[in-house]
Write a protein that binds this ligand. Sequence first.
Ligand SMILES: CC(C)(COP(=O)(O)OP(=O)(O)OC[C@H]1O[C@@H](n2cnc3c(N)ncnc32)[C@H](O)[C@@H]1OP(=O)(O)O)[C@@H](O)C(=O)NCCC(=O)NCCS
Length: 178
Amino acid sequence: MVSDLCISLLSPDFDRKGFDCDVPELNDFLSKRARKHMTQRMSVTYVLHKEDECEILGYYAISMAEIRMIDLQKELIKGLPRHPVPAVRIGRLAVSKSHREKGYGSELLWDAIERALSLSDQIGARAIEAHAKNDSARKFYLKHGFISLVDDKNHVYILMETAREALERLEEPDTESD
Ligand SMILES: CC(C)(COP(=O)(O)OP(=O)(O)OC[C@H]1O[C@@H](n2cnc3c(N)ncnc32)[C@H](O)[C@@H]1OP(=O)(O)O)[C@@H](O)C(=O)NCCC(=O)NCCS
């Protein structure tokens, strides 16, 4: 995590209305529905911010989900019971338009992945899924190792084991830079 940045649970202390990622639906969710969803236990929202500052630089909302077996590649469902596959959903993920391309989206995504991995040690969840809003968002997820479902290229997922390997690689010390 970059120096003074933190990821915290969304609380009333943060400036939800000041957040603008250029996607009205994602702005509205944060300002009007994210807190309610938390009370209703529908999803939990985490925000990226600077230490002791209330400006929201980015956020994601996370919940449980399931993926239909017919939507997954055949080789990924071999040997599994014929039930929907339990998953963790990154429902929404966005970075403020004035803070793009600084790695904040990746910070949020890896935090969500880490949280999902930790949860999957306690509650069955085989994959992490997300619905990319458009081609550009899909490219962002693909860049991080997600793959598209069979019939819906903007519905993307990553298996827990693949995510764990990717996270381990990320945490390995960079020996080539010496
Ligand atoms: C998609 C989004 C979250 C990316 O946030 P960001 O902070 O700009 O992304 P990062 O700086 O962490 O970029 C990480 C990598 O993804 C790539 N990337 C980021 N946005 C991308 C895009 N729109 N298309 C293709 N690649 C993209 C970056 O080039 C970078 O690659 P690199 O590591 O090789 O340099 C941000 O653009 C956003 O909030 N968009 C509007 C909301 C949205 O579409 N959310 C997606 C979920 S529905």
